[in-house]
Design a protein around this ligand. Structure first.
Ligand SMILES: C[S@@+](CC[C@H](N)C(=O)[O-])C[C@H]1O[C@@H](n2cnc3c(N)ncnc32)[C@H](O)[C@@H]1O
Length: 231
């Protein structure tokens, strides 16, 4: 509890530095089921070339990139602690410490993935993030990430996530540094609009392996944002 409180009062970067040694045992690490469902949807579209994991944390996304046989893989994150864990688990990959709001790559990757990180960016910050990913990709490259279907208002999770976001807004109103993490700021329509504004052509595919709702709709979709095929 003490550790969780210390993390909650830190910045995003500092909080993840503190959490890093235990991160893989928390529910915040993207589960292998989500990673494998993503790889399953991407596989028919491969090969992509070199891969990038944006906000890589301890390196969960490498399970996707390496299973697709992309060749060289790179992870980028701003938490030194998370990168140290990632480097220990995957010594052959390249690990770069950077704020992904200003990604330091140009035309280097065929595929970029990102898991569990979009909630760390305010809607107004997405333009810089997506522009940086666009710049990092080669012509015809793909930026892929899963996104959950909107929860019905009758669902317990709807209220749990709304409660979490409200608690974070109160925390950020009264405490510095802020810890930006909101679950309900990145609905598919808004994210799709921001990607399109950054130059991507956006489609989505259902992540059927993650299950369906009672009405038959998929619980999650994979966003596939492609750069123009000519520079
Ligand atoms: C919930 S963790 C997800 C880690 C990993 N992708 C996974 O799915 O297990 C979010 C990660 O995003 C990183 N992050 C958040 N904002 C960032 C930023 N502006 N620049 C770089 N990394 C950032 C954090 O340091 C953290 O490692």
């Amino acid at each position: 509890m003490r550790e969780l409180v210390m993390q909650a009062l830190s910045s995003v970067e500092g909080g993840y530095d503190l959490l890093a040694p235990k991160f893989d045992y928390t529910p915040f690490r993207t589960p292998d089921g989500v990673l494998d469902a993503t790889a399953g949807v991407l596989r028919p579209l491969s090969p992509f070339g070199p891969g990038l994991d944006v906000c890589c944390g301890t390196g969960a996304g490498l399970r996707v990139l390496t299973s697709l046989g992309q060749g060289p893989v790179t992870g980028v994150d701003f938490s030194t602690g998370m990168l140290a864990q990632a480097r220990r688990a995957h010594p052959d990959a390249t690990w770069v410490r950077a704020d992904v709001g200003a990604l330091p790559f140009a035309g280097a990757f065929g595929l970029a993935v990102s898991f569990g990180a979009l909630g760390h960016f305010l809607p107004a910050e997405r333009a810089a993030l997506f522009a940086g990913v666009y710049r990092a990709l080669r012509p015809g490259g793909v930026f892929a990430f899963p996104i959950g279907a909107p929860l019905p208002i009758t669902s317990g999770w709807y209220w749990a996530l709304a409660g979490f976001d409200l608690a974070m807004r109160v925390r950020n109103a009264v405490w510095r540094p802020p810890f930006v993490m909101y679950y309900r700021t990145c609905p598919l329509s808004a994210v799709q609009g921001d990607l399109t504004a950054s130059g991507f052509t956006v489609t989505t595919l259902p992540l059927t392996a993650l299950g369906r709702r009672a009405d038959g709709s998929p619980k999650a979709r994979l966003v596939l944002a492609r750069t123009a095929s000519t520079p």
